[in-house]
Design a protein around this ligand. Structure first.
Ligand code: FRU
Length: 496
């Protein structure tokens, strides 16, 4: 269905309760509603925003268009949690209300200051010629949860040399100053990140562009994030306009990181290595990180991509967030592991130890549509081995290891309703060492695969039939030993 501009930019206040109730009904009839991932009550969710810990709770906001599965007038929606597992829907946090955010409260981040949680975001506006004019704005959340916008932007307009693609501030504090990086496009048409400094979160001064090795790397860098981990400086961002290269950069847009020495703030310089995709699957974009009181660096991504239709669209909603993942550095590489708290979702457990030889089998009790599954491989000489999940009549989602090529392969060719087929239905990633384990988080319409304790991660939405609940284990061209542990996930544990 095509949406007109009027429909996309309709104010929520003009929508009747009956309309919203009717929409909710269609959404709730969808067979692909998730059971333990953050998803919108109606409409479209995209980037995670303002991920933070404040006043004894984790806060995770997201980009939200309430009225349907399209990128319309964006709001910040607020969810919070005590444990990163059980989330409560708080409601809309920031609405587009004035001339500085009339066409969308776009992405941004949060930081605690003087007892409040400050939410820094991009106000998107369009003029009569539909030209964009971005502003960087601030809203203040106090301890009671009341959110108040400042009546003027804190960064008015765009510095010379950059286009109106200028958004998504990520703020942090270092020594006595606040810093914010903003995703930008240069007038020459390449993407980059710029740096601002402030001493009070209100007056900001432009410091310049962050110099990286990536001088010509796509046309826009969205949702930048900078942090330090184990003495390394890491710049995370979502570049648009990168051509596919072998098994890399297969999605419509990418998101990943460069790692190097800590950012030289005075020179705005980052010395770094190669760009790595953070996730090697199909549906992952605009990740945002935070550092929690335990000192963990945790990242959440949007489990979706722009400009692609999804089968849930016809039920009036689209997308969800990934599970929170803790980052660590091993061998110069970022590892991602689901936060330990997720183990609290583990329900009934079932376990098996088998040797597979040129066969594909099911094991009693290994079925379902919402579970965690850990598989450890050993003593393998098979050419390929792995698992199929959500198996049903002519449906399966395959995750396997090709030993000759040393490749992990995620295949959703037969997963059910297709999605984003023009970008291919298989994702592959080369491993330097051997395969040790797959840890899968399967939800009603998604799979997140953590390979070798987070060395690589594949995230993908899948849209199988409700009855496709089988799990198969297989080895071809030889044998492998395998230990499998499956935990059912407590379903519908929250109010999402
Ligand atoms: C990334 C993005 C951001 C923008 C937001 C709007 O997905 O395009 O750059 O702030 O989404 O919803």
């Amino acid at each position: 269905m095509e949406w007109t501009k009027e429909e996309r930019y309709r104010a929520l206040e003009d929508v009747t309760v009956e309309e919203l109730t009717a929409l909710e009904k269609i959404v709730n009839e969808c067979p692909w509603r998730q059971s333990y991932h953050i998803q919108p009550v109606t409409g479209l969710l995209n980037d995670p925003n303002g991920f933070s810990y404040y006043n004894g709770e984790y806060h995770l906001f997201y980009q939200w268009f309430p009225l349907g599965p399209v990128h319309g007038l964006k709001h910040w929606f607020h969810t919070k949690s005590k444990d990163l597992v059980h989330w409560e829907n708080v409601g809309i946090a920031i609405k587009p209300t004035n001339q500085f955010d009339s066409h969308g409260v776009y992405s941004g981040s949060a930081i605690e200051h003087e007892g409040n949680l400050l939410l820094m975001y991009t106000g998107n506006t369009r003029d009569d010629y539909w030209e964009r004019h971005p502003y960087q704005c601030l809203a203040v959340m106090d301890r009671t949860g009341t959110i108040t916008k400042l009546d003027k932007p804190i960064i008015d307009g765009v510095p010379k040399g950059y286009t109106d693609h200028f958004r998504d501030p990520k703020v942090w504090k270092q020594d006595d100053h606040f810093y914010a990086i903003i995703g930008a496009q240069k007038e020459c048409g390449t993407g980059c990140v710029v740096l601002y400094q402030s001493s009070d979160m209100k007056e900001w001064s432009f410091q310049g562009e962050i110099e990286t090795r990536l001088k010509d790397f796509g046309y826009m860098w969205e949702c930048p994030d900078y942090f330090e981990l184990d003495g390394k400086g890491i710049l995370l961002f979502s570049p648009q306009g990168i051509a596919a290269e072998g098994d890399h950069f297969q999605n419509i847009y990418q998101s990943g990181y460069v790692m190097g020495s800590p950012l030289d703030i005075d020179k705005q310089q980052l010395t770094h290595g190669e760009f790595h995709e953070l996730d090697r699957g199909f549906d992952f974009y605009a990740p945002q990180s935070m550092c929690d009181p335990k000192g963990r660096r945790i990242v959440v991504g949007w489990m979706g991509l722009p400009e692609i239709d999804y089968p849930t669209d016809k039920n009036g909603w689209a997308h969800c967030l990934t599970l929170p993942r803790e980052l660590s550095i091993r061998g110069g590489k970022l590892y991602q592991q689901p936060v330990i708290e997720l183990e609290s979702l583990r329900g009934e457990m079932i376990e098996a130890e088998i040797t597979l030889k040129n066969e594909c089998i099911s094991i009693d009790g290994f079925t379902g549509d919402a579970y965690e599954l850990l598989i450890e491989f050993s003593e393998s000489n098979a050419q390929e081995f792995g698992i199929e999940v959500r198996v049903g009549h002519q449906e399966k989602t395959t995750i396997k290891y090709d030993a000759a090529e040393k490749m992990v392969i995620f295949d959703r060719t037969h997963s059910g309703q297709p999605v984003g087929m023009e970008f291919g239905e298989i994702r592959k990633c080369h491993l330097d060492g051997d395969i040790v384990s797959f840890r899968l988080f399967v939800d009603v319409s998604s799979v997140e695969v953590f390979v070798n304790n987070g060395e690589e991660v594949f995230t993908g939405r899948i849209f199988p039939h409700q009855d496709s609940r089988g799990i198969h284990f297989f080895a071809n061209g030889g044998h492998t030993k395998l230990r499998a542990m499956k935990w059912n996930m407590a379903k519908k544990f929250n109010d999402l």
